[in-house]
Design a protein around this ligand. Sequence first.
Ligand code: ADP
Ligand code: ADP
Length: 226
Amino acid sequence: DAWAELRSVSKTYQSRNQPVTAVHDVSLSIARGEFISIVGPSGCGKSTLLSMLAGLSQPTTGEVRIHGQAITKPYPGVGIVFQRDLLLEWLTVKQNVLFQIDMRRGRVKDYEGRARELLAQVGLQGFENRYPSELSGGMRQRVAICRALIHSPEVLLLDEPFGALDSLTREQMNLDLQDLWLDGKPTVVLITHDINEALFLSDRVLVMSSRPGTFVDDIRIDVPRP
Ligand code: ADP
Ligand code: ADP
């Protein structure tokens, strides 16, 4: 039961009139409820792949299908977290989480309970009315994850979400992310430099190599999950 399918997807950028192939002929099927990690060296095309999965950019050739339909514009059923948390400093923690609902023209009132629940789940109860500048890096990134999950997306896309955090905080974030995942088991695609993180969290690790930006390995992890 596939959530998404990439069919011979390539992406070439024009950079100073020189073509740069970021992703070359990638085919991939992502099952519903699967936790996939993509690892590979910097510049191999991981972010480009993720942005095509979200419909934020379009392949040069090939297609991205979600629920069997080719997507040609930003897909609303995704939640995304980037390495930089992109929190709005003038809004409180709760307002940052609910901002996503505002953007989607939802009724903010209907989501206040869920915002409180999500924040409590990552240990941020009591911080709802604080401002981002009062939080540590790990706490800020937890807020960003809650913001990505507030509209109950089909898929959570994570682009090096813990890349800017120290290793101890990363460990804690991994445990939190696993808890969040176990609660509902959404489909997750995680980009990371950290192979241990990938092995700990995922059902499947895709190894990507630069030149020409394609998958070189597809590892299924057969360790029983909690
Ligand atoms: P990764 O996420 O693995 O670091 P990216 O997808 O960010 O890789 O980049 C893959 C390649 O595409 C790199 O060579 C990068 O310089 C190039 N690239 C990415 N975005 C653009 C862009 N908007 N314009 C031109 N080249 C880009
Ligand atoms: P994290 O691992 O989330 O980055 P830290 O290791 O910096 O957080 O801090 C551990 C705990 O200390 C947090 O979970 C929080 O309870 C508390 N804490 C950290 N920074 C702050 C702050 N600026 N204001 C209030 N409490 C904080």
